[in-house]
Design a protein around this ligand. Structure first.
Ligand code: ZN
Length: 121
């Protein structure tokens, strides 16, 4: 595993391993206990992690959760359900902002095919 905590599965599908910091950040965003998210191991995206030009943070699932909650697109309950049970539908590619400093990561981001969320076996 690289220091970026990710692994390329196929071209266009990169598994981002959820770090402990990210799990803490997601729990804070959703206002839930961290233990709720213990089965969540990571997510599969269409590209490798990016580094924030503003603060150096690596893009992560926590940024996506933070963006969704902050923008009021989805309720906390909905986001939590997606994280625990998997998405019910495909979401379009979208921009992504750093949850720490609000800088925009370059490019567009989307889940990979049907895999999206990777939980423990
Ligand atoms: Zn940043």
């Amino acid at each position: 595993m690289s220091s970026l905590e990710q692994e390329t599965i196929t071209e266009g599908a990169v598994l981002w391993f959820l770090t402990d910091d990210e799990r803490t950040s997601i729990a804070n965003s959703l206002d839930v206990e961290k233990s709720t998210l213990l089965d969540l191991k990571g997510n599969v995206m269409n590209r490798a992690r990016a580094t924030c030009t503003g603060c150096g943070k690596h893009s992560g699932l926590d940024d996506m959760v933070h963006n969704a909650v902050e923008a009021g697109i989805h309720s906390n309950t909905f986001v939590l359900d997606v994280l625990v049970n998997g998405p019910q539908s495909m979401s379009p590619a979208h921009g992504l902002k750093c949850s720490r400093c609000d800088s925009e990561y370059e490019g567009l981001w989307r889940w990979d095919a049907d895999t999206h969320i990777w939980t423990r076996d």
